[in-house]
Write a protein that binds this ligand. Structure first.
Ligand SMILES: [Zn+2]
Length: 132
């Protein structure tokens, strides 16, 4: 496995954080005043890396379906950032092979290598067609 350089890791991490901020902004715009205050309180808690709570979980707890898409993407970003922290951001979670820098730059939240991702998509496509 090729080790990513620090600047490569940093640029991918920056992409993730930028996207995270964008999504949070979208979420904030979607929420009404009451929900907004709750969210602001949660986020004001500890904006640093050390906080353990997952914002996506908080949003799910609030049962805010309006921001489903954002929640899903926030989850992906959170799990990618967690993986990044462990130092294996370019490792496929299924086969353990390298994800590849180009793929990570194009899809910073990618958790699987190209072939695992394709297999997975085929599997889902197949499931979609099967009848009970
Ligand atoms: Zn793989």
């Amino acid at each position: 496995m090729t080790q990513l350089t620090e600047s490569e890791i940093e640029s991918i991490e920056n992409k993730l954080r930028e996207r995270q901020q964008d999504l949070l902004e979208e979420v904030r715009n979607e929420l009404d005043e009451r929900e907004n205050q709750y969210l602001a309180a949660m986020m004001g808690n500890d904006p640093g890396d050390s906080c353990d709570f997952s914002l996506a979980d908080v949003l799910v707890d609030l049962n805010i379906v309006r921001v489903d898409r954002q929640i899903n993407e926030l989850r992906e970003i959170e799990s990618k950032l967690a993986q990044t922290k462990k130092g294996n951001m370019n490792e496929c979670i299924e086969c353990g092979k390298e994800i590849g820098l180009q793929r990570l730059l194009a899809y910073p939240t990618a958790m699987r290598c190209m072939s695992c991702q394709e297999r997975r998509e085929q599997m889902y496509a197949h499931e979609g067609h099967s009848s009970l």
